[in-house]
Design a protein around this ligand. Sequence first.
Ligand SMILES: [Zn+2]
Ligand SMILES: [Zn+2]
Ligand SMILES: [Zn+2]
Length: 314
Amino acid sequence: MSRPRRAARGLARLVLLAAAAAATAAPAPRPYTVVLGIAQDGGLPQAGCRRDCCTSGRREEVSSLALVEPASRRWWLFDATPDFPRQLARMAREAPGCTLAGVFMTHAHMGHYTGLMHLGREAMGARGVRVWAMPRLRAFLEANGPWSQLVELGNIRLVPLAGDAAVALGDSLTVTPFLVPHRDEFSETVGFRIGSGSPGGPGSRGVVFLPDIDKWERWDRRVEDLVAGVDAAYLDATFFDGAELPGRDLREIPHPFVVETLDRFAPLPAGIRARVRFIHLNHTNRALVPGSPERLRIERAGMRVAVAGERVGL
Ligand SMILES: [Zn+2]
Ligand SMILES: [Zn+2]
Ligand SMILES: [Zn+2]
């Protein structure tokens, strides 16, 4: 081999070694959350609606969040919605190479658990996907078809959750359910705090997912305190105000109106308000429409509506 060629090879090897060293020295990419949908259980469009909200061609998937840990190539889903296939497809693009490691369930209303059916033999034929659920929800899934078949065939493996008991995922991630008042016909209802590091410790981060709750006043905790302890909080924004569903008694389907949440947070510092991201919007909620007076009112209050695909680093 000629001397110049040998020198060139040596140089190439040096460059490769340097690149490998740089790769091993780079810090592992941090975990993050991704919004997979922002609509209420019925989605957008909603079946049977012939108004502009649902005939304009716009669509939003049902509210759901993913937690991704790139270092271990795993991700976890929060709520299995009727849009589960499209949300899994989005994750294949968002986090290629990462696999679904489990599902955390808030409650047994149609927008939050029925996507589990896609794990069964008619679709994915999954093996032992962990599904974390509170006691009543676990009993409901075990006792009622078609969910009971997922358990019997081993498509899913139910894992117990308890209120305020943190579940550790990997080295630094925790997921902590907290009970909230809601129409609990089939199961209790929880929200989740997703955290990295030790809560309150240096460098710790947190995200809240709370898509469904009755009025804030019916809860024995203060939502302001919840938001103050995290970096982003995805909060129930089903209805904008009490005038939204003419002909339906909103007392039968109570939620905190967006205007009530705006009022509660108005006295707080801008830095706290900026953490509020509205999610779980009914098809009738005009805040879904960018530029609408309702959307602008939220933005002027220093808060915002969540966007599918947005990420928060942990
Ligand atoms: Zn819901
Ligand atoms: Zn509609
Ligand atoms: Zn619900």
